[in-house]
Design a protein around this ligand. Structure first.
Ligand code: HEM
Length: 393
């Protein structure tokens, strides 16, 4: 059975995921005590079935995991209806397609500023890091601006987020657990203080909007506000950074596809970003727990049992995608589930699509001859799949 922490598996999980799909049904992983749904139809059904819920299991002891626990149990992502419906409708308005589309000029402005800095680095030292200098700061700045998170503290976001999301990997180390506890504490207290500040001096940002709702006391309590803002700040950049990085490296490795982007980046951008998310998904595994006996792909998931939707595997399912193991930036039929499905479908998908479809052509227009300067360094994690750095010249 798959060992999710085996460095060889993490380096290239796709052959092992293909074998898993060949079982023809979800497979029980004895050691982890969970079913793995690797085929597209099964992974998709896991996300769409009402009796499979996102049920957060609090970590023990509570005294050490207090903030970490409620940052999850009170957030949108880890709630089920009716709480999920209430929280999603409160923040959903801020992420509507029209409101997000209006951010495009601002996204382009930020991307151009980052490209100016990258150009300076190119002339002074001959290379820059596509992750640290472009893919990461862009979504961090955009989500921070949307929530009204102060510019001068933006640098705190990625380290907090990184420490918290390491807990989503299979078998995190003791050190990772301590870092996550500390980060959860600091992040929660920071956002709590910010909420109080916005109540005293409201702005036009989302935290100010939610603080008004919290003050009214009916639809949102303080913990739910903090938990949901922390979720948005984390989810608002983590996968975007990795989705962009994974797709760019895959493209650098295929000269014909690189040429497509070089020649006409605007024409290919929309299909390219979907293919980035399909071909090497930034998020690979999401769990659900059965709230009633549920059949998925010919297997019975008994009440209380868990099943994982393997998004990156589903997106390589050869029965759904033509030439599934080939990167095709102009792919037309691409029903990937990189943004999930069902009630937890990614709230930030429209924002993330704008960020990527704006930043990709701007990068190629500025640096048409962009190329890898050294072998990119992968992060040693499976669930959140991405690169540490991607040096380009
Ligand atoms: C390439 C970028 C992104 C990818 C691949 C991605 C992927 C996903 C996936 C797969 C889920 C569903 C998880 C599940 O079903 O258990 C999700 C949920 C979510 N995402 Fe994203 N996401 C991205 C960017 C963003 C951005 C920019 C935001 C900013 C607001 C965001 C906010 C959220 C939120 C709030 C949820 C929870 C929705 C709910 O539970 O109703 N995501 N995302």
């Amino acid at each position: 059975m798959i060992n999710f922490t085996d460095p060889d598996f993490v380096a290239n999980p796709y052959p092992a995921l293909k074998e898993l799909r060949q079982h023809g049904k979800p497979v029980w992983h004895e050691e982890l005590g969970i079913f793995l749904a690797a085929r597209y139809n099964d992974a998709n059904a896991v996300l769409r079935t009402k009796t499979l819920g996102r049920i957060f299991t609090p970590k023990e002891p509570e005294s050490q995991w207090n903030e970490f626990n409620w940052l999850h149990s009170d957030s949108l992502l880890d709630s089920e209806p009716p709480k999920h419906t209430r929280l999603r409708s409160l923040v959903g308005k801020a992420f509507s397609r029209s409101r997000i589309e209006a951010l495009r000029p601002e996204v382009e402005r930020i991307a151009n500023l980052l490209l100016d800095e990258a150009e300076n680095k190119l002339s002074s030292k001959g290379n820059f890091d596509l992750i640290a200098d472009y893919a990461e700061p862009l979504p961090v700045k955009v989500i921070a601006a949307l929530l009204g998170f102060p510019d001068e503290d933006e640098h705190l976001l990625r380290p907090w987020s990184q420490s918290i999301v390491k807990m989503y990997e299979v078998s995190p180390s003791v050190e990772a657990q301590q870092e996550a506890q500390q980060a959860a504490h600091e992040f929660a207290e920071y956002v709590r203080a910010l909420m109080h500040k916005r109540k005293a001096e409201p702005g036009t940002d989302l935290i100010s909007e939610l603080a008004v709702v919290e003050e009214a006391g009916e639809k949102l309590n303080a913990q739910e506000l903090i938990a949901t803002c922390v979720l948005l700040l984390n989810a608002g950049h983590e996968a975007s950074v990795n989705g962009f990085g994974n797709g760019m490296v895959a493209t650098f490795e295929r000269p014909d596809q690189l040429e497509l982007l070089r020649k006409n980046p605007r024409a290919v951008a929309d299909t390219a970003i979907e293919e980035f998310l399909r071909f090497d998904a930034p998020l690979h595994l999401f769990e659900r727990t059965a709230t009633a006996d549920t059949e998925i792909g010919g297997v019975l998931v008994k009440v209380g049992q868990k099943i994982a939707s393997l998004l990156g595997s589903a997106n390589r399912d050869e029965t759904i995608f033509d030439r599934a193991d080939e990167l095709d930036l102009a792919r037309e039929q691409n029903p990937h589930i990189g943004f999930g499905a069902g009630i937890h479908f990614c709230l930030g998908a429209p924002l993330s699509r704008i960020e990527m479809s704006a930043s990709l052509p701007l990068l190629f227009e500025r640096f048409p001859n962009i190329a890898l300067a050294e072998t990119p360094k992968r992060r040693p994690t499976f669930v959140l799949r991405g690169y540490e750095s991607v040096m380009v010249s």
